[in-house]
Design a protein. Structure first.
Length: 274
């Protein structure tokens, strides 16, 4: 009876595991941040008077990202220019980096980005082409094709969770075809080199903008090169003051915090794709 009971429990556990695996799409589990690491970041959030979030992943990793902080998702703002420019690069036959691509990444030039968006077709077609770039990396994010806030670009209002953004970054950086765009991310102009931009050798893109009430969200995505490998990072901050400058200062503090905790973060290497 005891043996039969153990066998029944094992069978039920196996069935439950299969069901859970199906519901989760068989994705690898997210690596948990240690209690001490999470507590340390929570203290940083409190000290900076911000609501913040960080997602980190080893590049090329199949497991989910590690997450820290309360903030999880919001408008992509200019960080979406990375997959937008990649979509445009894929349209070039043969592939070449245009002046508009350079301006959109290194200067975060909005007019350049809008011209790239228009070159991809009507808004729905353009959105689908950017989505194709995201899907290639396993990111299911839907790109906004309509101007939900008339004063801002449609694509910039894409709801992009940190976990999906870092998933995109961790895979895209390992695509040889996208190397020219990541090279541009290593050449961002000086006045935008806050946050991850203060870390030597980083490749990154920032995005920022006000809520309908005028409070700024500031976010970045990028890649850090460390002695143990490369780390994909996505981070965001909403300062209590609502001020842009406080948001950029907060991301700089978070970037410094990350560099002092590199040994606790997942790092990896690319098995370069064609």
């Amino acid at each position: 009876m005891l043996i039969a009971g153990v066998a029944l429990v094992a069978t039920l556990a196996l069935v439950a595991g299969v069901i859970i695996g199906l519901r989760l799409g068989n994705k690898a589990p997210l690596p948990a941040a240690s209690t001490a690491l999470a507590a340390d970041f929570a203290q940083l959030e409190a000290n900076l008077r911000i609501t913040a979030g960080v997602a980190v992943s080893a590049v090329g990793a199949e497991q989910g990202p590690m997450t820290l902080g309360e903030w999880q998702s919001g408008p992509a703002w200019s960080t979406i220019k990375v997959p937008l420019v990649i979509a445009a690069l894929r349209e070039e036959k043969p592939p070449r980096v245009t002046d508009a691509m350079v301006a959109a990444i290194t200067e975060s030039n909005n007019a350049a980005a809008e011209s790239i968006w228009a070159s991809l077709g009507d808004p729905v077609t353009a959105a689908h082409k950017v989505e194709d770039v995201l899907r290639q990396t396993g990111d299911p994010t839907t790109v906004q094709s309509q101007k939900v806030r008339p004063e801002f670009s449609a694509f910039g209002q894409t709801e992009w969770p940190l976990t999906e953004q870092v998933r995109f970054t961790s895979v895209a950086v390992c695509e040889n075809a996208y190397a020219p765009i990541f090279a541009l991310m290593g050449d961002v102009q000086a006045d935008q080199r806050w946050g991850l931009g203060t870390v030597p050798g980083s490749q990154f893109k920032g995005g920022w903008g006000p809520s309908p009430t005028g409070s700024y969200l500031v976010r970045q995505m990028g890649v850090l090169t460390t002695p143990t490998g490369m780390i994909a990072v996505a981070l965001a901050a909403q300062p209590a003051s609502g001020k842009f400058d406080d948001g950029t200062a907060a991301l700089t503090e978070i970037a410094a915090w990350l560099t002092t905790h590199l040994s606790a973060l997942p790092a990896g290497e690319c098995n370069h794709h064609k």
